[in-house]
Design a protein around this ligand. Structure first.
Ligand code: 26Y
Length: 822
């Protein structure tokens, strides 16, 4: 019997080659002779997508029909990174596809490199959402990711004359083979207008919201395949469209342009991702974005629920809705509105359901990142929601009054409305009141939430609070990005570590084994070679792959203190100039990261780094021992070669400022040692890998507080520390700016006369610690042992572990394996 494998599902090499050729011809409409690399990429992407559709449809059907609880992860950001390589790995067909592509006369790596990554996020919070949906699928948990299909994601960064320049991210330009639009289940979202209250014929109080604008939300679905399982969950991103292609009424009275204008204004809602993280701007369009995607998502859940249930009474038993920070917290009054106004449920019952549906993750301690909306703006965009928030607040404060009689200060500090200054809605308070669970993202962060930022809520409801330390997916961050290391590990301990990352502990026994150490060093060296090549291609700078790769990649922020790192470079430079014979470990300092376009100080930090680089890299006295590289356009794709190549990971934020950090975990997993403060998850990384395998420096959170209380004065520190003074004076006198003494003045003034983030307080300890790092790096075997132990002991930082904790302790959901019937 001849078995003809289906072109769209078959996995043998011949079928894969034929499917690839078919897609090139029938989907891209190209012959091999005219195909571009992108055509080949698209043909391959469709070949792979075909092979996961069965899993995707079976998963969706199982969830719909079965009596299962589904996690809905609501996030304004999903920083996914490219899909192709990841899907090949999760499907387990990487090698076969590689062979099929090679036999077709092409290079798989080149095709993979064609994919424009969906950069639908800023940084940590968005990337965390991407790791979490990977783990949810890999753990076979029924889940839907809900978010926004931004037409333009995070901007592309170029460096011109040492400054950041922003370029529009046109990621959809050549089409997106991974998404499927579902216009048949589009929903309507209202905006603006006013509210009517009336009594209906049966004597019920009813509310009617008369909006002044309506937009359609069209879902675009992307499959999220788990690792070597049949589960393929859905990421459902909403695009805003005008309700009609244009407004016929306006058209008929002759206002064609007016009609098209209305269409443009509707579609504006999902045009572009706001590129600032941890700095609220309070823009109307941003509020519209948040409401738009949350309303679409909740309406979608209700639609799905009513397919199988007669009413909404047990909605919360089917859906656990996680709020990724306060960005989707408008969901609390929106679910109340849908239940009470649209489905005519009593307030008390609706509140019961709402407060058993939502759970809230906080991601920040910075006051400037806590969302507040002016009551005035809020009322204009969401008049009904403002009423509902006032009613939630009234009932909430009645409860507070019983708990704290005659305590106006308590009422003011807990209220959902900030009455000081410009009246505003506090979104974190709304999220706390509307959720049954509240969590921070690292132990220290959760403690600080309980003690400071959300202290009053903790006193009210201690049982709602818990910690869920962040994690990252080992599939992308080790298997995909570091194949050399993955193969070495699997040869030693098998490959169960990919889904049970704690098994990396089994590497501990080889940490002293000279042969294993040599192999480990070889892998690291290969990765450094590859990054060296990429640095040359992308910046023109030639670096020495045997030097220590000292790397800081993350968004540019004052609290993350990239400028402290720069002060260390200047200090080393000065030492070498003073003493050319100094026995100094050669180092390559690598930076990467974007600054929010409106964050002047962050942009100046980039200019400082590139300016220091220009001097250092071109000075023949130090050239062979120090190099400074600013890698432009740091994103998921460009990070791929970075983590595997690192010797040293810079995690140097002011203690008490970084909620968790996740880059720190990616570095440690890939065998980099960390130099870091006791901040965020650094604390737990150090606990896991052992204090002897971690370079600790800097003030602790209580010490920072104490110094500030005792009148910390950076000017005095500057005058008392000659090394620091010299570094600062050089910047100030124009040594790095062709004599321009004005250029860096704003940055220097902020350090000399305020130093909010305590750079000067930590300077000397940082320098001393870096000296220990330099000494340690000279002893190759001891360093390699520490590197192995970092990897071996980082299993805790898998997003699988984090997601298991969310499932058990917050969502109460269980795995639902998917059958793969043909
Ligand atoms: C409100 C708006 C301006 C805003 C937009 C984005 C506010 C904050 C953000 C993003 C915050 C963010 O990325 N926070 C990071 O979350 C990571 C995942 O939990 C943490 O590891 C990291 O410490 C934290 O800074």
């Amino acid at each position: 019997e001849i078995r003809v494998e289906d072109d769209r599902t078959g996995l043998d090499i011949e079928t894969l080659k034929r499917a690839f050729a078919d897609n090139l011809f029938y989907i891209q409409g190209k012959l091999g002779s005219m195909a571009t690399p992108n055509d080949y990429y698209m043909a391959l992407a469709y070949t792979v997508r075909d092979r996961l559709l069965q899993r995707w449809l079976n998963s969706a059907q199982t969830y719909l029909r079965g009596d299962v609880k589904v996690v809905c992860y609501l996030s304004a950001e999903f920083l996914l990174g490219p899909h192709l390589g990841n899907n090949l790995i999760n499907l387990g067909i990487y090698d076969r596809i590689e062979q099929a592509i090679t036999e077709s006369g092409l290079d798989l790596q080149e095709l993979i490199a064609q994919e424009e990554e969906p950069g639908l996020g800023n940084g940590g919070l968005g990337r965390l959402a991407a790791c979490y949906i990977d783990s949810l699928a890999s753990l076979e948990i029924p889940a839907i990711g809900y978010g926004i299909r931004y037409e333009f994601g995070i901007f592309d960064q170029e460096i011109q004359d040492g400054w950041q320049v922003e370029i529009t991210d046109k990621w959809l330009r050549y089409g997106n083979p991974w998404e499927i639009a579902r216009p048949e289940i589009a929903v309507e979202v209202k905006l603006g207008g006013y509210v009517d209250h009336y009594v209906d014929d049966a004597g019920n109080y009813r509310t009617h919201w008369i909006p002044d604008r309506e937009v359609h939300g069209v879902p675009y679905d992307t499959p999220i395949l788990g690792y070597r399982v049949n589960t393929a969950n859905t990421l459902r991103l909403w695009k805003a469209e005008a309700p009609e292609s244009f407004d016929f009424q306006a058209f008929n009275v002759g206002d064609y342009y007016g009609a098209v204008d209305a269409k443009i204004s509707s579609e504006n809602i999902t045009k572009v991702l706001y590129p600032n993280d941890e700095q609220v701007q309070g823009k109307r369009l941003r509020l519209e974005q948040q409401y738009f995607f949350v309303s679409c998502s909740l309406q979608d859940m209700i639609r799905l629920y009513l397919l199988e249930n007669p009413n909404l009474d047990n909605f919360h038993e089917t859906f656990a809705v996680q709020l990724n920070d306060t960005h989707p917290s408008i969901g609390v009054p929106e679910l109340m509105r849908l239940l009470v106004d649209e489905h005519h449920m009593a307030w008390e019952q609706a509140w019961q359901i709402t407060t058993h549906t939502f759970a809230y993750t906080n991601h920040t301690l910075l006051p400037e990142a806590l969302e507040k909306w002016s009551v005035q703006l809020f009322g204009r965009v969401l008049p009904r929601h403002l009423e509902i928030i006032y009613e939630i607040n009234r009932r909430f404060l009645d409860m507070v009054r019983i708990r704290y009689p005659d305590n106006d200060a308590k009422l003011a500090s807990l209220s959902l409305i900030d009455e000081l200054g410009k009246k505003s809605v506090r979104m974190a308070h709304l999220a706390c009141v509307g959720s049954y669970a509240i969590n921070g993202v690292a132990q220290l962060h959760t403690e600080l939430l309980k003690k400071d930022v959300l202290h009053d809520f903790y006193a009210l409801w201690p049982e709602k609070f818990s910690n869920k330390t962040n994690g990252v997916t080992p599939r992308r961050w080790v298997v995909q990005n570091n194949p050399g290391l993955s193969k070495l590990i699997s040869r030693k301990i098998g490959d169960r570590w990919i889904t049970h990352l704690d098994e990396l502990r089994k590497l501990e026994q080889f940490a002293d084994d000279p042969q294993f150490q040599a192999q480990w060093q070889q892998v690291k060296q290969n990765c450094k070679h590859q990054l060296t090549k990429q640095i040359k291609e992308r910046t023109g700078v030639v670096v020495d792959p045997t030097s220590m790769f000292d790397i800081q990649v993350k968004r540019i922020h004052e609290y993350k203190r990239q400028h402290l790192n720069a002060l260390h470079i200047i200090t080393l430079y000065n030492r070498l100039k003073e003493n050319p014979d100094l026995d100094l470990q050669p180092r390559t300092f690598i930076f990467g990261g974007k600054a929010a376009p409106g964050y002047f100080m962050a942009k100046l930090m980039i200019k400082l780094i590139t300016s220091v680089g220009e001097v250092v890299n071109n000075d023949p006295d130090v050239r062979d021992r120090l190099k400074v590289v600013f890698l432009p356009d740091y994103n998921v794709t460009n990070s791929q070669r970075v983590y595997p190549a690192a010797d040293l990971s810079e995690q140097i934020s002011t203690a008490g400022k970084e909620a968790s950090g996740t880059g720190n975990m990616k570095f440690s997993l890939n065998g980099a040692l960390t130099i870091g403060t006791l901040d965020g998850a650094n604390v737990e990384i150090r606990e896991e890998v052992g204090a002897e395998n971690f370079f600790l420096f800097g003030l602790t959170t209580p010490e920072v507080k104490e110094q500030k209380a005792n009148g910390y004065n950076s000017w005095d520190v500057y005058n008392a520390n000659p090394g620091l003074k010299k570094a600062i004076d050089m910047i100030s006198c124009g040594f790095f700016s062709h004599g321009d003494q004005q250029l860096f003045k704003p940055l220097l003034d902020s350090l000399l006369y305020d130093d909010k983030y305590m750079l000067f307080a930590d300077y000397q300890d940082y320098i001393d610690c870096q000296d220990r790092v330099g000494d340690a790096f000279k002893h190759k075997d001891a360093w390699t042992k520490m590197s192995i132990l970092n990897t071996a002991r980082s299993g805790k930082f898998s997003s699988d572990r984090a997601i298991r904790e969310y499932c058990q302790e917050i969502w109460q959901v269980e795995p639902v394996p998917i059958e793969l019937q043909e």
